[in-house]
Design a protein around this ligand. Structure first.
Ligand code: 5GP
Ligand code: MG
Length: 194
């Protein structure tokens, strides 16, 4: 991963680690020993989930949900689609949705509606990042890691056209990468969840 592709680091590894630990304490206190079903939205939340769940001293299950909001090199979201699974085993359960970013709020709204239809006992959401747009639109999440400006970010699980998920910090890409695609331009679009 060429360092010139990264314009700047927005949140360092240290800050992420400290905040994830604090979020886990908030979550543990608010569920107070109740059993939980963590529902991470693939693929962007996987590293966040892995760090968060290891700090949570609660009895839990993990049921992944694949949602697609971005396609290929798009950096604006469109109507979210649930790609997997058709049905979750959440009836009567306390569900905590785990997502990477709250932006327009459409993804979270769609997922909340599905989980409620499947008669979860409670549905709450934890997001690593809340963009300024979400704040302005009054989009709600119950647990929030960091508020960030309206910039396209990568790293710590989050991608641009499949790349950069393995960056250990949260970073902003150089605008030339967004214009030409990562690693010198790659125009393949994707169906995989972001
Ligand atoms: P929303 O439906 O709230 O507009 O979009 C939320 C979803 O879009 C997130 O789950 C995330 O997958 C994706 N997303 C939004 N902003 C960014 C971003 O800056 N970088 C990346 N990699 N994904 C984003
Ligand atoms: Mg996502």
């Amino acid at each position: 991963m060429a360092t010139q592709e990264i314009q700047r680091v927005l949140v360092s590894r240290r800050r992420i680690a400290r905040r994830v630990q604090a979020l886990a304490s908030e979550i543990a206190a608010s569920y107070r020993g109740r059993e939980l079903v963590m529902v991470p939205l693939l693929t962007g939340s996987m590293i966040f989930l892995a760090d968060l769940m290891r700090c949570l001293p609660l009895k839990m299950r993990v049921d992944v949900l694949a949602v697609s909001s971005y396609a290929g090199q798009m950096t604006r979201s469109r109507e979210p689609r649930i790609l997997y699974p058709k049905k979750l085993q959440v009836a009567g359960k306390h569900v905590l949705i785990v997502d990477d970013i709250l932006d327009s709020g459409r993804t979270l709204a769609a997922v909340r509606a599905i989980l409620r239809r499947q008669r979860a006992a409670s549905v709450r959401a934890c997001v690593l990042l809340r963009k300024h747009t979400a704040l302005r639109l009054g989009m709600r999440a119950d647990f929030i890691g960091f508020d960030i400006p309206d910039e396209f970010v990568v790293g710590y699980g989050m991608d641009y056209n499949h790349f950069y998920r393995n960056l250990p910090e949260i970073a902003v890409l150089h605008p030339s990468v967004i214009a030409t695609g990562p690693h010198g331009g790659n125009s393949h679009s994707r169906i995989a969840p972001s």
